[in-house]
Design a protein around this ligand. Structure first.
Ligand code: ZN
Ligand code: ZN
Length: 292
């Protein structure tokens, strides 16, 4: 285990279309002024008073993860620019973690990662931000072993496709599919109706069995809240569940990789949940307030 000292948490934000994140960044009041918070934002769609300090994604790297045909198809969707901002937030977070400028991060995205594969996309996902960031930090910062934890309610078919032949990346997907594994891609079956405690127990066991032995140098967490009671992937989780899971994953990262953790917002549609849950997750990441 590396010596661990928490330094700070990065928040990566871009202004975007849609209802879900309308309350942000103002809902981060009381968090952004803390000494251990680094706030990076990008402009998109309309320009409030903010500083563009998330560098764009190197486009050549997109083609290392996705086929050129797919990149062309995404360009036709009208979401291309917003998708690039989402990916650049994740990449920028990973680079700042690798450089030791921040310990962990929360990335606001407009589009998810995990239904974007090498040559297909769907379900509100266009490019796979965690996969692109993983690819670049492996190359640029000599990071070898990476873990991607996916707790969105649905199966990450795109991430599975991209990581399937890459034993350096452990992809751990919690979803309703059967439990099986192949080449460090691991699927953990989550019952369609589960309570908070049983999910947390399931996660703990899976982390011990798969993440710890992999000894990742950095962890990406594709966090979705769509499994919350009343959202579109409802599997019976309460809103309180998410900060408890965040604490477990933060502690896991502290135990195995010096706290290096990138939390990427994925599924979930409700604006009231976003307003309530995201600040709590960030407070956990930033050691400001642990759930009781
Ligand atoms: Zn989902
Ligand atoms: Zn899955």
């Amino acid at each position: 285990m590396r010596p661990y000292k928490y330094k700070s948490t990065g928040i990566f934000f871009h202004y975007q279309r849609g209802e879900r994140l309308k309350d942000f960044p103002s809902a981060l009041e009381g968090i952004l002024d803390k000494d251990n918070i680094t706030y990076c934002d990008a402009l998109y769609d309309f320009p409030p008073d903010s500083i563009y300090d998330i560098p764009p994604v190197p486009l050549s790297e997109l083609y290392q993860v996705h086929s050129s045909l797919m990149v062309e198809q995404v360009k036709q969707t009208g979401s291309y620019e917003g998708v690039l901002y989402s990916v650049s937030g994740t990449l920028s977070a990973a680079e700042k973690v690798c450089l030791g400028k921040i310990t962990n991060a929360f990335v606001f995205t407009g589009y998810g990662d995990h239904h974007a594969g090498r040559n297909f996309f769907g379900g509100g996902c266009y490019f796979n931000g965690a996969a692109i960031a993983a690819h670049i930090i492996k190359k640029t910062y000599s990071v070898k072993r990476i873990a991607v934890i996916d707790t969105d309610a649905h199966h990450g078919d795109g991430s599975w496709d991209i990581f399937e032949n890459n034993p350096d990346v452990l992809y751990l997907c919690f979803c309703s599919g059967r439990s099986y594994e192949k080449n460090k891609n691991v699927n953990i079956n989550v019952p369609n109706n589960i309570n908070d405690k049983n999910y947390l127990d399931l996660a703990e066991k899976a982390f011990e069995k798969h993440i710890n032995p992999h000894e990742p140098e950095i962890i990406f967490w594709n966090w979705g809240y769509d499994g919350t009671i009343g959202d579109y992937g409802d599997i019976g989780l309460t809103p309180e569940f998410h900060s408890m899971l965040a604490l477990k994953i933060r502690r896991l990262a502290e135990e195995v990789c010096a706290g290096r953790l990138i939390t990427v917002l994925c599924g979930g549609s409700r604006r009231d949940f976003a307003y309530k849950l995201i600040p709590k997750i960030i407070k956990v990441l930033a050691h400001l307030e642990d759930p009781t």
